[in-house]
Design a protein around this ligand. Sequence first.
Ligand SMILES: [Zn+2]
Length: 189
Amino acid sequence: MAVVVLNPSCQYGNVIVENDKVVYNEGLNLFDIAVKTKEVLEEMGHTVYITRDKRDEPSDLRTEMKRANAVEPDVLVALHSDATGEPIDPQVGGTTTFYATEKGRALAEYVHKSLCQAISSIYPNHSDRGIMTHWYKLYVLHNSIAPACLTEILFHTNPRERKLLLDADFHLLAAKAIAQGIDNYLKNN
Ligand SMILES: [Zn+2]
């Protein structure tokens, strides 16, 4: 059994506001998905850490990666939701997974495939945007001592996808799929 670190987005500033109300907060929502993913992985027998203790805890990536590396994980998976730039294009959607190393690439493949299969089963128009390296040196991927990937689960700027992102059933579906992808990677590496 393995040590897994989950790194949910701490980007509380990434919000969608409608009629003066915050209807989506990336940091809070991805923490909830990470908690469910942790539960599924623990049922599989893995030891799981999340890089912050509370869903609304002010945090930064430097602190989180220190915590992550301190537990000497076997894998690290960062969880985000995507957004288009301004002005928002509500049509753009789909799921992308980033990696920075060869081992990270293998992890990205397993997690991304499992997650996209699950999402497509309930959302046939889902766009699989693939796995790729990022144009920007993503801090988490470049500072993890373990193989790492970062998944952008759907676009919170797309109303249909935002609805899924906020849905408790979707959280469980995504959690099971991410956990299965991680477990598959661990069994094969
Ligand atoms: Zn993000």
